[in-house]
Design a protein around this ligand. Structure first.
Ligand code: IPM
Ligand code: MG
Length: 370
């Protein structure tokens, strides 16, 4: 089959290279067994790029990211680069990718696999069967708003400034993604902001409601304050289906949601741009977890979030739903068979390394593919 599907892999820092090696294993399996062939290039981002090139993202890598069908990223950041000036930090590489590719819609599904229902710190009955989708606005809000900076005050002391800002178009385009995806699920969207204290939240609520009334009146829309949502997520998470929220609240609520599933090591994500004239979206797929410097190099990181992120790439960038389902099914199988990386280890289960988990996944794919 022609290699017409282009992937750029950016392993990044910390455990990024370790978990992305297991994604490569799955890609190789597809190539060998399913004849789904990808043209794969690799690049540097974050601290790895700083060390090699003095910048968290080179122009060449940025251009490559624009040209491929999907970017697969590991993680970036680490204590080695903590003292760099703000604009040179590893995280700026990732934020630049998101901004320049216009990846405004960040899909963060939190799904509780049956085998892990009792690995959550919450009661099993509260999380069993949970399947929610957080849609985080990713290119606006306080992450990018101007003015920003740290300034000296005339009388001594300093002032740190960030700006939360959203426009009608920014709100509506991410809300539209939420409504479209909810239409394929259980038709329910909860929009989350702080309209009680923030004007940007008032506008958010009004625009989401207006878009709903104009174009999606058959879907069920509710609104919730972000602090209440944080509380409801641990009180009764199954009340939610699709949650749509801004960049900062989405960052926090998705970390919170990850613990419903047992571990931050389980949560994948997809970041999508606007559709171009041929219906194609720029896209970046990455685990929600970070670079985890405390466990780097030990071979114990959980590769499931990045493998599941690759499954999202198959679904959203390549319409290879069957292959995506094969990978997701294999993840279910290895968990049901009792294999656990350290972060999801439970009594009586078999603790395995990052690589052993990756091998088990391709073996389970073998089993499923027959
Ligand atoms: C995430 C991360 C990033 C963010 C960091 C690494 C910049 O926490 O993707 O959730 O804050 O968006
Ligand atoms: Mg985060």
């Amino acid at each position: 089959m022609a290699a017409n599907k282009k992937l750029l892999i950016l392993p990044g820092d910390g455990i990024g290279p370790e978990v992305m090696a297991e994604v490569s294993r799955v890609i190789d399996w597809l190539d060998a067994k399913r004849r789904v062939t990808f043209e794969v290039s690799e690049g540097l981002v974050g601290g790895a790029s700083i060390d090699a090139h003095g910048t968290p993202l080179t122009e060449e890598t940025m251009a490559e990211a624009h040209s491929v069908d999907a970017v697969l990223m590991g993680a970036c950041g680490g204590p080695e680069w903590d003292d760099l000036p703000f604009e040179q930090k590893p995280e700026r590489g990732l934020l630049r990718l998101r901004k320049e590719m216009d990846l405004f819609a960040n899909l963060r599904p939190a799904v509780v696999f049956d085998a892990l229902a009792d690995a959550s710190s919450l009661k099993t009955e509260v999380v069993r069967g949970l399947d929610i989708l957080i849609i985080r606005e990713l290119t606006g809000g306080i992450y990018f708003g101007e003015p920003r900076g740290i300034e000296d005050l005339p009388g001594g002391g300093r002032r740190g400034i960030n700006t939360q800002v959203y426009t009608t178009d920014e709100i509506r385009r991410v809300a539209r993604v939420a409504f479209e995806l909810a239409g394929k699920r259980s038709n329910r969207v909860c929009s989350v902001e702080k309209a009680n204290v923030m004007e940007s939240g008032v506008l958010w609520r009004q625009e989401v409601q207006a878009l709903h009334d104009e174009e999606y009146p058959d879907l069920e829309l509710s609104h919730m304050y972000a602090d209440n949502c944080a509380m409801q997520l641990v009180r009764e998470p199954k009340q939610f289906d699709v949650i749509v929220t801004d960049n900062l609240f989405g960052d926090m609520l998705s970390d919170e949601a990850s613990m419903l599933t047992g571990s931050l090591g389980m949560l994948p994500s997809a970041s999508l741009g606007p559709e171009d004239s041929s219906g194609r979206r720029k896209a970046l797929y990455e685990p929600v977890h970070g670079s985890a410097p405390d466990i780097t190099g030990k071979g114990i990181a959980n590769p499931l979030a990045s493998v599941l992120s690759f499954a999202m790439a198959l679904r959203y960038s390549f319409e290879l739903d069957e292959d995506a389902a094969l990978i997701e099914g294999a993840v279910e199988d290895v968990l049901a068979a009792g294999l656990r990386t350290a972060d999801i280890m439970q009594p009586g289960k078999e603790r395995v390394s990052t690589a052993a988990m990756g091998e088990a996944i391709t073996a389970a794919m073998d089993g499923r593919a027959g």
